[in-house]
Write a protein that binds this ligand. Structure first.
Ligand SMILES: *[C@@H]1O[C@H](CO)[C@@H](O)[C@H](O)[C@H]1NC(C)=O
Ligand SMILES: *[C@@H]1O[C@H](CO)[C@@H](O)[C@H](O)[C@H]1NC(C)=O
Ligand SMILES: *[C@@H]1O[C@H](CO)[C@@H](O)[C@H](O)[C@H]1NC(C)=O
Ligand SMILES: *[C@@H]1O[C@H](CO)[C@@H](O)[C@H](O)[C@H]1NC(C)=O
Ligand SMILES: *[C@@H]1O[C@H](CO)[C@@H](O)[C@H](O)[C@H]1NC(C)=O
Ligand SMILES: *[C@@H]1O[C@H](CO)[C@@H](O)[C@H](O)[C@H]1NC(C)=O
Ligand SMILES: *[C@@H]1O[C@H](CO)[C@@H](O)[C@H](O)[C@H]1NC(C)=O
Ligand SMILES: *[C@@H]1O[C@H](CO)[C@@H](O)[C@H](O)[C@H]1NC(C)=O
Ligand SMILES: *[C@@H]1O[C@H](CO)[C@@H](O)[C@H](O)[C@H]1NC(C)=O
Ligand SMILES: *[C@@H]1O[C@H](CO)[C@@H](O)[C@H](O)[C@H]1NC(C)=O
Ligand SMILES: *[C@@H]1O[C@H](CO)[C@@H](O)[C@H](O)[C@H]1NC(C)=O
Ligand SMILES: *[C@@H]1O[C@H](CO)[C@@H](O)[C@H](O)[C@H]1NC(C)=O
Ligand SMILES: [Cu+2]
Length: 575
């Protein structure tokens, strides 16, 4: 198992997903790895409740994709469920392969029931942990899994070689059908029902009612070894703190880019972010157990989000010891920061520095200032709405709540049907200015539209994203498709264009694909538009995305042949 997949039938490759493919260490680099994703319903029981969920190959969480930097991935996705499906390979740059990016109605029409689509792309210049997830409605609630990118052959990590590597994927579980939850919320205008549990690798742990001992994640470790935890926040709506009692971590990577390592006892991670951290185990010779726990960071009103705690167990020298919920509940919970610990989050973001010599653009061709935040829409005349003051919740960027088109933007662009599908006048600055982090104006009405920003090929972009306090200041983890960006600055309150840029880090900023716009603050990023296509940018809190906190960048082709987007594959789904 794990030899170049071209030598093996697909069925053998699938059985390899759950092991760690030891032979991959010797496999050539630059190979093509084939995967087949059958999207199927699967009955899964959690917390005494059995539910039919959408899965990849019947697995929850989905199977691991393992590749080396430089490899090509060819993933055939076959839709056997009643819902429309599309899959996003979150964080993969998709250089000149925008047709494989995945967001429904942005780069492709969804894969309809009974149809299939082959995602075909290479991994260029990225090593670490990324992930895949469905990118249509709330299907990603159960359809997600890790993408593990190993260094090129004969290249090693810039840190101690880990003894073992372990994915740690946080998720969010509803007993109800999540499609019903989001459809009801959009219909009534109210916030969605809270989730019932958080999960670690699909398991909620013993602090929830009716959790069976099998529903707890257990990590068995040996003493005195270094473990690489590949952490992914796949939760729909919640940023999380994560901690293990009496242990510390060394953070070495964020969103598949290397960091200047730093120590911490508490990880903070937003939906959409990934991070590799080293865990050095203690020199304990007897058997011992420690709790690992995660719970949210939020500044939203109490009751409007799931404030429960998921725990798993770190077990030393455990030779299949008997496991009871009671024995686990007796262990001390690691002391996590307060749920509203905004200062911890601000400090955390400040610790991130890129390891490699930075390619951050030193000069800027195009500057943008976007407000991001919540808002509300008036209730339709013949309806009663359950959002704030009888309105419907909404969310926007520069006061525009983005409407998904009925055909994919990238197809429209490629086939010259732009005018019918989207407008190119997305505003570079807010249309009306106000004290974004002060008392909001009483008219929070937003307009709706399908508008994009057009960028010339290779333009350097600086974007300041300013959080607003409309309906409450919250952190918004903004995710950009098709690029990594450099986080050059952040602050609280309103961005000051006269004084803040002087403090930008243009030396060693972190390079990533998802960054939190701080609650009641701002963040500044830079990137180079070197990837032709149409690239979605959105809040990775799924309910904010559903409410319209999303927009797109249309990056034009360059002059040379290798600066152009190739034509779409022949099996690209149609609307
Ligand atoms: C799930 O359970 C239901 C009810 O028991 C059953 O009808 C259905 O066939 C099951 N689905 C799968 C995929 O096993
Ligand atoms: C994937 O893309 C490459 C490069 O365009 C092409 O050579 C190859 O045939 C494609 N593979 C499949 C299965 O579509
Ligand atoms: C864990 O840390 C606490 C507080 O620092 C300490 O009292 C306790 O002895 C430690 N337990 C173990 C098993 O290391
Ligand atoms: C969680 O939220 C509920 C409802 O607002 C509240 O009663 C409870 O105290 C909160 N629990 C924690 C741990 O914050
Ligand atoms: C956090 O919440 C607590 C109550 O749970 C409150 O006393 C405190 O003022 C809040 N802190 C911040 C920074 O909002
Ligand atoms: C944030 O960092 C500052 C400066 O290092 C420190 O004084 C403060 O205690 C930190 N706050 C939190 C919540 O960690
Ligand atoms: C409200 O009116 C619209 C258009 O007239 C109609 O499509 C919709 O079904 C009505 N909704 C309700 C709840 O009556
Ligand atoms: C609802 O309306 C009242 C009275 O106009 C106002 O004081 C309050 O701030 C509004 N609440 C929201 C959430 O908009
Ligand atoms: C904006 O509002 C905040 C919070 O009320 C206040 O502290 C700040 O002074 C205001 N800024 C301006 C420029 O009015
Ligand atoms: C909204 O604000 C404007 C001016 O800021 C004021 O004239 C108007 O009365 C306010 N409306 C409500 C409903 O508070
Ligand atoms: C992109 O622009 C930079 C200058 O900003 C230039 O050095 C570089 O050659 C350009 N790259 C391409 C591929 O055009
Ligand atoms: C699936 O997508 C097609 C094409 O956009 C659309 O016409 C159809 O209504 C969708 N079906 C469902 C069940 O959402
Ligand atoms: Cu958001």
């Amino acid at each position: 198992m794990g030899v170049p997949s071209t030598f093996l039938p697909a069925i053998l490759i699938i059985s390899c997903f759950m092991c760690f493919c030891p032979d991959l260490a010797n496999a050539a680099t630059g190979v093509t790895r084939h995967y087949k994703f059958n999207i199927r319903l699967q009955n899964v029981t959690r917390l005494c409740n059995t539910k039919s969920i959408i899965t990849v190959n019947g697995k929850f969480p989905g199977p691991r994709i393992i590749a080396r930097e430089g490899d090509r991935l060819v993933i055939k996705v076959v839709n056997h469920v009643p819902n429309n499906i599309s899959i996003h390979w979150h964080g993969i740059r998709q250089l000149r392969s925008g047709w494989a990016d995945g967001p429904a109605y942005i780069t492709q029409c969804p894969i309809q029931t009974g149809q299939s689509y082959v995602y075909n792309f290479t991994i260029i210049g990225q090593t670490g942990t990324l992930w895949y997830h469905a990118h249509v409605s709330w299907i990603r609630a159960t359809l997600y899994g890790p993408i593990i990118i190993l260094p090129r052959l004969n290249t090693s990590y810039p840190f101690v070689k880990p003894y073992k590597e372990v994915p740690i994927i946080f998720g969010e579980w509803w007993k109800a059908d999540t499609e019903a939850v989001i459809n009801q919320a959009l219909q009534t205008g109210a916030g969605p029902n809270n989730s019932d549990a958080y999960t670690i690798n699909g398991l909620p742990g013993p602090l929830y009612n009716c959790s069976s001992p099998k529903e707890t994640f257990r990590l068995n470790v040996k003493p005195g070894k270094t473990y690489l935890l590949r952490i992914i926040n796949a939760a729909l709506n919640d940023e999380l703190f994560f901690k293990i009692t009496n242990h510390t971590f060394t953070v070495v990577d964020a969103d598949a880019t290397y960091l200047k390592p730093f120590e911490t006892d508490t990880i903070y991670i937003t939906p959409g972010q990934t991070s590799n951290v080293l865990l050095k185990t203690k020199n304990i010779t007897s058997s011992a157990r420690f709790l690992m726990a995660a719970r949210p960071y939020s500044t939203a009103a109490a009751g409007t989000f799931d404030n429960t705690t998921v725990v798993g167990v770190l077990e030393y020298n455990n030779h299949n010891m008997q496991f009871s919920n009671a024995s686990i509940k007796g262990l001390p919970l690691p002391p996590l920061p307060a749920i509203n610990a905004t200062s911890y989050v601000a400090n955390w973001t400040n610790k991130f520095r890129g390891l490699q010599p930075s390619k951050v653009p030193q000069t800027v061709d195009n500057r943008y200032f976007f407000t991001v935040g919540l808002g509300s829409d008036p209730c339709p005349k013949n309806q009663t709405c359950q959002g704030p003051n009888g309105t419907k919740f909404s969310a926007s960027v520069n006061n525009i709540s983005f409407t998904l088109p009925t055909t994919a933007l990238l197809q429209a662009r490629f086939f010259g049907q732009t005018n019918k599908v989207f407008a190119t006048n997305f505003p570079a600055f807010p249309l009306s200015q106000f004290n974004y982090t002060g008392t909001p104006p009483n008219n929070t009405r937003v307009t709706h539209g399908t508008k994009v920003v057009v960028l010339p090929y290779n333009a350097t972009v600086e974007l300041v994203m300013q959080g607003t306090s409309i309906l409450g200041a919250e952190n918004h983890p903004l995710h950009l498709h098709g690029f990594n960006f450099y986080v050059v600055g952040q602050g609280t309150g309103n961005f000051n264009s006269a004084t803040d840029p002087a403090n930008f880090n243009l030396v060693d900023p972190v390079e990533r694909n998802t960054v939190g716009v701080p609650a009641g603050g701002w963040v500044a990023i830079r990137f180079r538009a070197d990837n032709p296509g149409v690239w979605f940018m959105h809040c990775h809190i799924e309910i904010h995305l559903s409410w319209g906190l999303r927009m797109a960048w249309a990056v034009m082709d360059g002059k040379l042949p290798n600066q152009k987007l190739p034509p779409p594959p022949s099996d690209l789904p149609k609307c």
